[in-house]
Design a protein around this ligand. Structure first.
Ligand SMILES: [Zn+2]
Length: 112
C-alpha cells in the first residue's frame, strides 16, 4: 500500500519535528548553562554548542542531526567537561583565533 501525506499532514509533521528539534536544543543549552560563557548572550536562536577542545569532528562523523544532542544529554557530567555554550559571534571569534594560532604554530612563529 502506498502511503502519501497531504500537504497539511506534511506541514503538521514538519512543525512537530521543528518543535522537537527546538526542545532538544533547549535541553542541551539548559544543561550547559543557558548562555554564552564568553559574553552572556542568552538568545537561544544564536546560541551554539561548542566543543571546548575543538574535537567536534569525531562527533560529527559519529552522529547525525539531533543524535549528538540526545547522546550528550544522557551523560551530562562528561558532556559538561567537553562542551560549552557560545553565541554565534563568540564561536566565530574562537575559530578565527584558533586558525591564527594554528597558522603561527605551522610557521614556527610560536610553538609548544
Ligand atoms: Zn558570546
Amino acid at each position: 500500500m502506498l502511503l502519501t501525506l497531504t500537504t497539511h499532514e506534511r506541514m503538521v509533521s514538519s512543525n512537530r519535528n521543528k518543535r522537537h528539534c527546538i526542545n532538544v536544543k533547549k535541553n542541551m543549552i539548559n544543561m550547559l548553562g543557558d548562555k554564552c560563557i564568553n559574553c552572556g548572550e542568552d538568545d537561544i536562536d544564536v546560541l551554539q554548542v561548542d566543543h571546548i577542545n575543538d574535537d567536534g569532528k569525531k562527533d560529527r562523523d559519529k552522529y547525525t542531526g539531533l543524535q549528538f544532542f540526545r547522546e550528550s544529554l544522557k551523560t551530562p557530567i562528561e558532556s559538561k567537561k567537553r562542551l560549552q555554550i557560545l553565541c554565534a559571534n563568540c564561536n566565530i571569534r574562537k575559530q578565527r583565533i584558533r586558525e591564527e594560532f594554528d597558522r603561527l604554530e605551522k610557521h614556527k612563529i610560536i610553538g609548544f
